[in-house]
Design a protein around this ligand. Structure first.
Ligand code: C2E
Ligand code: MG
Ligand code: MG
Length: 740
């Protein structure tokens, strides 16, 4: 609908169109004869008939026009530009909420119904159309609907011009396109939503050959790194790169073949070659007839989630410290290997490797040194194995190896490789250490074809290796079963023994070279309910292994220390109480325990002495030196037990606050008969005196032994010859008798 009134220049044409008869009536009759009159009458009646016919036609045309205008929903208008008159159809008036009558201000009335923001644009467009030579013009604009809402119309106009090209009439139709416009806006909204989404969305043409992508949103472009032009028109398998056999892909192909929804976790590849994980959902799109026309694929980048899941899965199946597979993963691999071994008749070996003295290093050098050693061992073990073999850490210092298809000789070769690798020096806490291991192994099928049994038997063989003095490898033998069952029983009984207080102490006197009783060593005994009184050789290792040693050791210390008061009361206050201390105790607040005992029992300096074996003391640790110095400062002496059985560093020995070396009884045994033992004992005595230390010889059983030791300057003697371990009262009685 044009917004401007008509132009007066068009007036004549407009009149001639509206009233065609008037011009003719104005040309009046001329003076002619009767013939002429008759002819005129004839002519006139012909004209009247013609005129009447024309009017009839015109009426029919107009009627038809008005009926059509009423029948269609579009608003129709007819604007006479010459007289500035507007005719509007009913639909037009309804649409804009204008009165059907009163056309006086029709154009300006209509303009008030146009959305204010669109008015100026229409005005300009219309002026341009009219000023040019256009015969048609179209404009889309918003209008204020009678119900208060805003509608959308497209207004199409036909411009009638006179012979000079001036517009004289404009006939137009206004179609309400609110619904279409709404749809377009909704589409635009959806598109914006898709582009704002962080989920990658693609639309695939299901009917075109090779199913090309016909739409890809911004997220997909960003995720994949491909510009949108490189995605459109191509099959999106390009995102999976060369990885065409992913399990998720097979599931998707299945869903696509069956025309149903599908979901899969896929690894995709960016254009720059980096991989990322997506959770892809594909859904079929069908047209009105049910024909599948498109697929919509939406993919969320789940790389972070997958990375977390993988890390967790790795954590669940691997040992954090060494990165080796853990027990669970090893068992899976073993089960798999056993299946293969059965199918192909292959040999298989399960090997337990337990480090010797690891606990000592861990306790004395600290956990970080222990951790470092474990990592080193893990690396070295891996270096000893083939790709098909595997090694796992079962916890602590226990490693388990699985060898596939090995013959007996090959196993021994692997054992050699492992032993060699472990023997290489390891630098820990600033000093060099040497590591050995006890190795036990069991073979499939000879020793079993079940995972549990093989593991158990390899473990038993490993214990056997420990029992045989460590640093060796032992293959499973059926006789081992008995031993391990007994050991388990022993540990159970030891727990009960602690609860039932079945432990007691015997004492063995220690004598000066001239025979005077000087001290007494507390020796642990277990009063077993069935087996009777047991010496430590039967249970001390199991006690360490069960973790009960710290508790029992603490009890031993206290029980010995409390005896000092009794000795004082009997006039034996100068008799020293010697107590054996294990590595476990050394690292379970030994100093604090000793300090408390010294205070509680008012122990004077020299009343108590701790015996620690060489191997316990020799772990080169500053912390051990510090700990020993504090013990020393409490007036509690330190003796090195079983001296000569380990290997000592003299420079280290010098730094420890030691009073005494106890020559191991294995050297004492050969005195008077074995020149080697004699040489060793002589040099130990010499060494001690050069370091300013006293010596005690253990296990003196014969007089020649005693005499040899006395001759060679050994300060003290201990052994069956002079006094067997016995109850406190018996030993005290013996000493009192000796002293008279
Ligand atoms: P040890 O500290 O070297 O103790 C000396 C061992 O030699 C004792 O054995 C003693 O009975 C034995 N013995 C003494 N004289 C002779 C002899 O003339 N000939 C022979 N053949 N043996 C002799 P026992 O009591 O069986 O103790 C063995 C080891 O158990 C001890 O060796 C010590 O290392 C450990 N032990 C004993 N009691 C305790 C304790 O309370 N705590 C800790 N941690 N270890 C202990
Ligand atoms: Mg001892
Ligand atoms: Mg000893």
């Amino acid at each position: 609908m044009p917004p401007f009134p008509a132009r007066s220049a068009c007036l004549a044409i407009a009149l001639s169109l509206a009233q065609p008869g008037i011009a003719f009536a104005q040309s009046g009759p001329s003076a002619v004869g009767a013939w002429g009159v008759a002819a005129l009458v004839l002519l006139l009646s012909a004209v009247v008939v013609a005129l009447w016919g024309a009017r009839q036609r015109e009426r029919r045309d107009r009627q038809r026009f008005e009926l059509v205008a009423r029948a269609i929903s579009d608003g129709i208008y007819d604007l006479d530009l010459v007289v500035d008159r507007l005719w509007r159809s009913e639909a037009f008036c309804r649409m804009f909420g204008l009165p059907a009558e009163g056309a006086a201000h029709a154009v300006s009335d209509w303009l008030t119904r146009v959305h204010p923001d669109d008015r100026e644009r229409i005005r300009l467009g219309y002026a341009q159309a009219m000023d040019g030579d256009a015969t048609e013009w179209q404009v889309a604009y918003r209008y204020l609907r009678p119900d208060g809402g805003i509608g959308h119309v497209v207004d199409r106009l036909v411009i009638v011009r006179d012979e000079r090209g001036q517009p004289v009439r404009a006939i137009g139709g206004v179609a309400d396109v609110s619904d279409e416009q709404g749809a377009i806006e909704r589409l635009a909204l959806l598109r914006r939503a898709l582009d704002a989404s962080t989920t990658g969305v693609a639309i695939i043409d299901a009917q075109a050959p090779d199913m090309p992508c016909v739409y890809a949103n911004r997220a997909l472009v960003q995720m994949s790194g491909y510009p949108v032009e490189e995605l459109l028109g191509r099959n999106l398998r390009l995102l999976q790169g060369a990885e065409r056999e992913q399990p998720g892909l097979e599931m998707l192909r299945h869903a696509i073949r069956e025309g149903r929804d599908g979901q899969a976790l896929l690894r995709n590849w960016r254009k720059d070659g980096a991989s990322y994980w997506v959770d892809l959902v594909v859904s079929p799109v069908r047209d009105g007839s049910g024909q599948l026309t498109h697929w919509v694929g939406s993919q969320a980048d789940v790389s972070e989630r997958v990375a977390t899941e993988q890390a967790l899965a790795h954590r669940a199946t691997h040992d954090e410290l060494t990165g080796l597979p853990n027990r669970q993963l090893f068992r899976d691999r073993l089960a798999q290997a056993l299946r293969e071994s059965k199918r192909f008749g292959l040999n298989l070996v399960v090997m337990f490797i337990d480090l010797d003295n690891f606990k000592l290093i861990n306790d004395s050098l600290g956990h970080s040194a222990g951790d470092e050693l474990l990592r080193t061992v893990a690396r070295r073990l891996q270096g000893c194995l083939r790709q098909t073999d595997s090694v796992a850490r079962f916890g602590g210092d226990e490693f388990v190896v699985l060898l596939l298809g090995e013959a007996e000789t090959d196993v021994l070769r692997v054992v050699d490789r492992i032993t060699e690798a472990l023997r290489r020096p390891v630098a820990l806490a600033g000093a060099v250490h040497y590591c050995t291991a006890s190795i036990g192994y069991a073979r499939c099928p000879q020793h079993g074809d079940e995972a549990g049994i093989l593991l158990q038997r390899a473990d038993m063989a490993m214990y056997q290796a420990k029992a045989r003095g460590r640093n060796c490898a032992v293959g499973y033998e059926p006789t081992f079963d008995q031993g391990s069952a007994e050991r388990l029983l022993l540990i159970t009984q030891l727990r009960e023994a602690v609860e039932r207080k079945e432990f007691l102490l015997h004492y063995q006197p220690q004598f000066r070279w001239d025979g005077r009783a000087q001290g007494m060593e507390a020796l642990l005994r277990w009063n077993h309910p069935v087996r009777g009184l047991l010496a430590p050789g039967h249970f001390i290792e199991a006690l360490e292994e069960s973790g009960l040693m710290a508790e029992v050791g603490r009890w031993v210390l206290r029980d010995a220390a409390r005896r000092h008061a009794e000795l004082v009361a009997l006039g034996l206050g100068d008799v020293r109480l010697a107590v054996n201390v294990s590595a476990t105790q050394l690292h379970h607040d030994l100093r604090a325990d000793v300090e408390a005992l010294v205070a509680e029992f008012a122990l004077p300096p020299g009343a108590l002495e701790l015996e620690l074996t060489e191997s316990v003391l020799m772990v080169n640790a500053e912390s051990t030196i510090e700990e020993m110095k504090r013990v020393d400062s409490l007036g509690v002496g330190i003796a090195v037990d079983d001296f000569g059985t380990g290997y000592s560093s003299l420079s280290y020995l010098k730094r420890l606050p030691i009073q005494r070396l106890k020559i191991d009884r294995s050297f004492v045994r050969g005195l008077g008969t074995d020149p080697d033992d004699e040489a060793i004992c002589a040099s130990v005595i010499l060494l001690a005196s050069s370091l300013g230390l006293d010596t005690v010889a253990e296990g003196v059983e014969t007089e020649p032994q005693r005499d040899w030791l006395a001759e060679h300057g050994c300060g003290e003697l201990q052994g069956y010859l002079l006094g067997r371990p016995a109850s406190f009262d018996d030993v005290v009685a013996m000493i009192r008798a000796q002293r008279g």
